[in-house]
Ligand binder design. Sequence first.
Ligand code: ZN
Ligand code: ZN
Length: 360
Amino acid sequence: MRSDDSRLAGTIYEPRRAAAMRVAVVGLGALGNELVKLLGLVGVGDVLLIDPDRVGPENSTRCVFFRSPEALGQPKAEVLVDSCSRWFPGTHWQGIAAEIADVGWRRLQGRDVIFAGVDRDSARVELSRISTRLHLPVCDGGLNTADYSAGRVTWFPGAGGACFCCRLSGRRRREILSSWQSQAHPCRMDVETGGWSSTPTLASITAALQVELGMRWLLRKETGAINVDIRLDEGPRLEAFNVPQSAECPFHDVVRWDTECNGTFAEILAIGQAVQWEWPICLKARCQGCGIEFAPLVRSVKLRREGHCPSCGSTKLLELESVREVPSGNALAKKRPEEIGLPADHLYSIREERMGLKSI
Ligand SMILES: [Zn+2]
Ligand SMILES: [Zn+2]
């Protein structure tokens, strides 16, 4: 059956405009499932789906696309690409089964908007960094973890407006950002867990508002950050307010992150320059269980969260060497980004090294 999209003509989902849109959906749980359903129905042309996790039995009450028995245990991104390609063949669906911080920035650059339905603050902060660096709007959805009747939708316009990190308390911001730093860090990070109560109805309502309001904010090129709180128990009511940029948020500087690296680092560096990327990669670690040293070649944050010794399996690891930049004369300059664990299709910043000044 050929679909007839004439009912969408004259709405914010004008078919020709929707077909030209390229968006990403980060987080493919309860909100993500509802988001992709709506993006498919309104005929968005290209959707990139990002989530590192696999479908579990707990997904079945809130995720319509994960209910088939074959989906269990499969990567969420792959299951959704398969189902959505069948249900919505007019949309080009692609999936990446990885954390947002492991996605190359060229895959995200130029997207009209990122719809987010992630459940960890650390992932939201990583998204804020990407949003402000690449100047990409994020339309973020959240379900209240302590109250199944409350949710929110927030528009973060990119570098010029507030980002998620602006909204954090100074203490929480320091806590998350210090976990990014490239220094020896023997403690394991606390895992932020889900496990709260939430309903498919609130997820559906929140995701619907994300798509509807996100599309309106996008069309009017909204440059301020806006939060809409949703409360269903009393009222019900929607409450919108503007979110100011925080002077303490470090995400609004104007560094250019637009350099591609398709060969070795040396090929893009002149003498006296250094290439930088956002998240430190751990090059060398020591197992505190059996004492061996090994090369993890993963983001330091990821190593602290889920790394283990390749020899004895211990999770007690000590980071010995982490990097987030390579100067032109360094031995690492002879490597390609993928050889040290950076994503393919990434974007970098080039820094001029000043005499006598040590790198970050
Ligand atoms: Zn900010
Ligand atoms: Zn070991």
